[in-house]
Design a protein around this ligand. Structure first.
Ligand code: B12
Length: 354
């Protein structure tokens, strides 16, 4: 099987699959379309696109885990919206049937096995084990109060609680990773369980961005260390805070830092490497469906800069949830959070000059 050709074929089938699979599902489950309403119908179409993206991620990773984790994440989202696992499992089988007639035999067999693993795991797998591993059992009292301010749309209190701790001596990066980050993870859990809206999720991010900018202006900076780092989210990653925290950690520890933000086209990352000549690039991926673009970017960087290429550091929720994936994608290093990223980069840096 030629992986790139298979991925392309799968992506090209996405639009048609998003029409065919739901239509068959509604025929088999009379009343389902009415029960989920127009928003549910639109979401169902989008979800078939996601099924295909996660199939691609599993093919790139070389095992079913990205799809299995996705299946269990989606199961929790749908159950909290009154859609049962058997309907989700059936959507996998119908997609497998559709792909069986539209892909080559070996490709269809590979994707059918991944979807069968996803279906078999429904209900038996903890949703987002990668995230649960990183989450403290309970939020610290600072993170809990910060979360309360986010949910109450109280930007003033959110900001003052962080600035006060900063004045008491906590560093910007400690506050970002140990107060703001766990509070934002909890925002995600609440959204997944349908306990808060997408609007509240956006609001929490907007407040945190403003708070982080204010805290950055009060931060202490180490002397410049003569090293440069470039940060960007891979294409289609719209999660801004994590990358910003990593860039803040590097900048406050003396690195010359440039942060391109979310959803950056790979060609732009290449041209920025050319312009800035960084020692390290840090790329963030939040969903396993972004592995395909990551893999392509690493190939492009290696082809363009050869031996002269900067270190490639990966991070983000998708990297954390899949141990070994950074090495599999041929990155040099990865780190679980902003504090660890800076520490690991500092340890790794000297070997570059050997
Ligand atoms: C806010 C949010 C959004 C906002 C983002 C707005 C913005 N401008 O940032 C919006 C609404 C756009 C959004 C969209 C989506 N989101 Co969202 N989102 C979140 C949420 C609640 C918080 C994200 C965040 O700020 N986290 C805090 C930061 C600090 O944590 P972090 O990203 O993990 O970063 C740390 C480390 O990972 C690491 N790191 C990060 N990047 C890098 C890079 C390098 C180089 C290194 C070394 C380390 C590193 O260091 C960081 C700091 O310590 C999360 C919940 C969660 N658990 O994160 C869900 C979450 C990530 N989203 C999720 C999903 C599914 C989506 C959507 C598909 C649908 C939706 N409505 O939620 C879309 C997809 C968008 C896309 N293609 O990117 C899921 C992902 C599930 C999964 N399968 O893994 C989560 C986990 C929610 C959930 N519990 O279901 N989201």
């Amino acid at each position: 099987m030629n992986l790139s050709a298979t991925l392309e074929r799968l992506c090209s089938l996405s639009t048609e699959a998003a029409e065919v699979v739901p239509a068959t599902l509604y025929r088999k489950h009379p009343g389902l379309r009415e029960a989920i309403g127009p928003r549910g119908v639109a979401a169902c179409r989008t979800d078939i696109g996601y099924h295909i993206e996660y199939l691609c991620a599993a093919l790139v990773a070389g095992h079913s885990t990205p799809f299995v984790e996705y299946a269990n994440w989606l199961s929790l989202v749908l159950r909290s919206r009154q859609i049962r696992d058997d309907v989700l499992g059936e959507s996998f089988s119908l997609l497998a049937d559709f792909l069986a007639v539209n892909l080559q035999t070996d490709e269809a067999e590979a994707v059918a096995k991944i979807m069968a693993d996803g279906r078999a795991s429904l209900g038996s797998h903890p949703a987002l084990p990668g995230i649960s591993r990183l989450m403290p059992e309970t939020l610290s009292s600072d993170a809990k109060s910060y979360l309360d301010s986010l949910l109450a749309d109280d930007r003033k209190t959110a900001a003052s609680s962080i600035i006060e701790r900063q004045r008491e001596g906590s560093s910007l990066v400690t506050l970002e990773t140990r107060v703001i980050q766990p509070a934002m993870y909890e925002v995600g859990n609440l959204w997944q369980k349908n306990l808060i809206s997408v609007a509240q999720e956006h609001l929490a991010t907007a407040i945190s961005q403003a708070v982080m900018a204010e805290a950055f202006s009060q931060a202490e900076f180490a002397e410049p260390n003569g090293h440069r780092a470039l940060f960007a989210n891979i294409e289609a990653n719209h999660h801004a805070l994590g990358l910003r925290m990593v860039a803040d950690a590097f900048e406050t520890s003396g690195w010359e830092t440039r942060c391109l933000g979310t959803n950056v086209p790979s060609a732009t990352i290449i041209s920025q490497i050319d312009a800035m000549k960084p020692d390290l690039i840090g790329i963030s991926a939040s969903l396993p469906s972004q592995f395909v673009a990551l893999s392509k970017l690493i190939e492009m960087v290696t082809a363009e800069f050869g031996q002269q290429r900067p270190f490639i550091m990966l991070g983000g929720l998708a990297i954390n949830s899949m141990p070994g994936i950074a090495e599999h994608l041929r990155a040099d290093i990865s780190a679980a959070d902003a504090e660890a990223a800076c520490r690991i980069a500092a340890e790794f840096r000297p070997s570059k000059n050997d």
